[in-house]
Structure formats: C-alpha cells, structure tokens
Write a protein that binds this ligand. Structure first.
Ligand code: SAH
Ligand code: SF4
Ligand code: F3S
Length: 477
C-alpha cells in the first residue's frame, strides 16, 4: 500500500486538523478559545486573523478543547472526504457541548460558506457559522450566541483582505510564516469549489504586505511564503505615498522583488502559481534574487488537452510544457511540484497515460495527487457526468503515486554528495539529537545537531544519503 499522505508545509489542503495556540501571557478570567484548522495554508493563515480579532476581545487560545469556552473549526470543502473529516470532528465536539451547554461551537471557512444556514439545520450543536470574508463580525456574532441565539454571517466581499489586521502567529516556530497576498479566485476551474467558498479574487495592498514582511524580519523570522490561489494574477492599483500620490500598478513579479529586497537573509517562497498566468518576468525575478527560493508549485491537474479543456483550466498540454521549458531555461536548478487529479469526468485510459507521460517529461520533485471528487454546484457537477468508477479512479491514482514516488526519490538522490545551504527550522520529529531544515528547493534535510547551531540559522550541509522523502547529511563549512 502506498502512503497517500504526501504532504509538505506550503500546500497541503488535505491536511489533518491542527489545534492552533499562541504563546501569550495568561489573562485573568479570559475566555478560552480552541481553534482547529483544516485545508490549505490560506485557511491556516485565516485562523491567525481570527485569533487576532478574538484576542482583542479578551480571549486567549488553548490547545485543549475540553477546557475551551469556544471551539472554532476552520473548515475545507475541496473534496468530500475533507468535509467528512470535519463532520466527524464536530460529533466529538458535540460530547463537550452536551457536558457544557454554554460552550460555543463555531464553524468557519469554506464549509461554512458552502452550506450556509443548512449547517445550522444539519448540525444542531453548531451555534455559529461564519464565512471567510466575515471574520470582522465575529465579536458581534459571539455576543448574539451569548444571548441564546444562533448566529450566521456568510456574506462574501469584493474588497475584504484583512490588510490592517496583524495576524497572531499561532503554533509558529518563530522562523517561517505565511503572508496572504490576495483572496478568492476568479478562475472557475470546473471541478473546484473555491470560487464559491472564497468569492471573487482581490489583491491586498502591497504596503501592508511589505509592512507585515518587514515586521516578521524585525522579529527574527527568516522565511515568508506569499499565499494566494493564483499568485500570478496578483494586481494592485493605487497611489504611492513616496510619489506624491501618483497612481501605481504592482504585479506579482514586482511584489516578489519588493519582498526580496527587504533583506537577503529573509527567504521568500510563494504558492500557488497558475500555468496560464506565470510569466517570464516572474521567472527572471526568481532567478535574479538568491533569497527567492527556486521552487515553483505549478498544478498541472491533467496531461491531456481535452481533459484540461473540460476542467476549464484554459491551457493545453503544449502550453504547460512551454512553461516548464521556460522554467528550466531561466532557472535551471528550480524544483517543480504539482497537483494532479485522477479520474476526472470521461477521462480515458489514453488520457490518463498522457498524465503519466507529462510526469515523465517534467520529473516533478513533489506532487499532491487526488482522485476526482464531485463538488455540488461546480460546473463539472452541473454539466459533466462523474462517470469513472471508483476502482478505476483508485487504480489510476495509485499509478500516479507510484510514478511520483520513484521520481521524488530519483530527484533526492541527485542531491547526494552535494553541499546545500539550509535554514534550520528546529529539531527533527524523530529525535532531539537531530536538527532539520529545508534547502532552496524545499527538500527537508535532517542532520546531527551541533552545539553552536540553532533554529533560525543558515548552515551548509553535505548530503550523505536519502530516504524516500528526506535527505540526510552533516554540517560542513
Ligand atoms: N489554486 C490552486 C489549487 C487550489 S485547490 C490551483 O489552481 O492550482 C488544491 C488542489 O486540489 C487543486 O490543484 C486540485 O488538484 C485539487 N482539487 C480541487 N478540487 C478537486 C476536486 N473536486 N476533486 C479532487 N481534487 C480537487
Ligand atoms: Fe480552484 Fe482553479 Fe481557482 Fe485553483 S485556480 S482555486 S483550482 S478555481
Ligand atoms: Fe479547502 Fe477552502 Fe482552501 S476549500 S483548499 S480551505 S480555499
């Protein structure tokens, strides 16, 4: 059986729920908030906004839901099993609610937005349903629940970016952090629920993004990841203070450059790029700055032009290959990762083979692979038949996963014998005698700890061997 849990830190929307706590001084009589997040990093970043709003209201976070006054679950709708996981978790929280009727149970995020008031009908224990653009309303909604009512706000916004709210860094390592640079998505890929749950695409004011990155740098952070569903379409029009209020336009390449210029010691990553929008200008910017990591997440979804058309991805196999060639030409040592969907509506065996041959062509360093899950309300659910039998989807997914395992291993092996510069993130999960960190290409490296080496430092490590997902080495000069 192949391990389906292929995950990394920047992009794992199938991620298990994690309780997020903040290390802050304890307040007397503070109400305790337990917040658990599912889904993509944007959701995790949003939970930090929510925590910031509620900390201002006198809440403090706890990692133990059994002692909480409010339990919030920030949910994901991307596939059916993501929603199922949330429902299972809610039934566990129901046990607490029965013990303590004053406990507030709130559902946030994409499932809240998708199901709206239906959630309150379906899940009787839920008091509060709040969509991703309505978090500013939380204090008032919580008050409403305190008065014995159910509360809901699922209004989507064309403007909200929470630009002025400084996120409370939850469970952070103090070294790496995420910065949302935009919200929503206008792409309408036919399989995807995100445009419905997150609303229209909007870009955040670059001044607030730069201020947040600068603040992180000042507090000793060493890496920021710029987040958006489609970072390449970042576009901001506004006035520049430094230029007498003249109108300026900032695109993604320019934003990336501005963040990179904050300090050569601050690494910059970003996710997710869209094959139809990633420009050579972005690639040249990555190439120009050493601190912009050579790692691009470019979801292909399928290797077949006909399936891509049905998916409404608006690019062909040839276009995607052209973008891969551009990456290889401009940034020769760039790591490339992807997302793949197996068994989309009407996908033939030959078209599945085209996905496998695309994988051979690119040689992805890493891939998130899913079998197609029909989502209510999407274009595919309305117009196309989900006609690939489950066992065929599963078999195709296994073939994709197997190929990826082989390729990932091959990619890692190519690093053996090389010396790489890594940012130390902390102790390895398996042993406190080992430290771990990532290289420019986002590969995880584990190496024996040394007295003078601390998390947050950059060190050179010579790679001695690798397992299927990790490089192992030792510190060198
Ligand atoms: N904005 C990103 C991806 C967001 S969702 C992009 O456009 O690439 C993350 C991944 O989940 C997608 O890339 C896709 O591979 C997968 N996904 C989305 N909807 C899905 C569905 N209905 N069934 C299976 N996988 C899906
Ligand atoms: Fe979904 Fe497509 Fe938008 Fe990605 S680009 S979030 S897959 S609609
Ligand atoms: Fe899931 Fe919503 Fe992210 S559906 S993947 S949490 S945008």
């Amino acid at each position: 059986m192949i391990d389906l849990q292929l995950t990394d830190k920047t992009h794992d929307e199938g991620r298990q729920g994690e309780a997020l706590i903040v290390d802050a001084p304890k307040l007397l009589n503070a109400r305790k908030l337990y917040i658990e997040s599912y889904g993509c990093q944007m959701n995790f970043a949003d939970s930090e906004i929510v925590a910031s709003i509620l900390l201002d209201q006198g809440f403090e976070t706890t990692g133990n839901y059994q002692e909480a006054d409010a339990i919030f679950i920030n949910t994901c709708s991307i596939r059916e099993n993501a929603e199922q996981r949330v429902r299972n978790r809610l039934s566990q929280f129901g046990i607490e609610k029965r013990k303590n009727p004053k406990l507030i149970v709130g559902v946030l995020g994409c499932m809240a937005e998708r199901l709206k008031s239906k959630f309150l009908e379906e899940e009787k224990l839920v008091d509060l349903v709040v969509g991703p653009d309505a978090y500013r309303d939380l204090p008032q909604l919580i008050e409403q629940v305190g008065d014995g009512q159910k509360a809901i706000n699922v209004l989507l916004s064309r403007e909200e970016t929470y630009a002025d709210i400084s996120p409370v860094r939850l469970n952070g390592n103090g070294i790496t952090a995420f910065i949302s640079i935009m919200r929503g998505c206008d792409n309408m890929c036919s399989f995807c629920v995100v445009p419905f749950t997150r609303g229209r695409e909007r870009s955040r004011d670059p001044h607030s993004i730069l201020a947040e990155a600068q603040d992180l740098q000042d507090r000793g952070y060493k890496e920021v990841t710029l987040l958006g569903q489609n970072v390449d379409s970042y576009k901001w029009k506004g006035t520049a203070e430094a230029e007498d209020g003249a109108e300026i336009m900032v695109n993604f390449a320019q934003l990336l450059e501005k963040v990179a210029l904050i300090s050569p010691e601050l690494r910059v990553r970003f996710s997710t790029s869209h094959p139809k929008d990633i420009t050579d200008e972005v690639l040249h910017t990555i190439q120009k700055y050493d601190n912009i990591c050579n790692n691009i997440h470019l979801p292909v979804q399928s290797g077949s032009s006909r399936v891509l058309d049905l998916m409404n991805r608006t690019y062909t196999r040839e276009w995607y290959i052209n973008r891969i060639d551009a990456i290889r030409n401009i940034i020769p040592d760039c790591a490339i990762s992807t997302d793949i969907i197996a068994g989309f509506c009407s996908e033939t065996e030959e078209e599945h083979q085209e996905t496998l041959s695309m994988m051979d062509y690119v040689g992805y360093d890493f891939a998130f692979c899913f079998s197609y899950s029909e989502r209510p309300g999407t274009m595919a659910a309305r117009k196309l038949e989900d006609d690939i039998p489950e066992d065929v989807k599963k078999r195709r997914l296994q073939e994709i996963l197997l190929k990826q395992q082989t390729t990932s291993h091959y990619r890692l092996q190519k690093s053996v014998g090389k010396t790489v510069r890594i940012l130390v993130e902390g102790f390895s999960k398996k042993s406190d005698k080992d430290l771990c960190g990532r290289n420019d290409q986002n590969a995880m490296i584990v190496f024996p700890a040394a007295e003078n080496v601390k998390p947050g430092q950059y060190v050179n490590v010579i790679i001695e061997r690798c397992t299927s997902a990790t490089l192992l080495g030792r510190i060198t000069a």
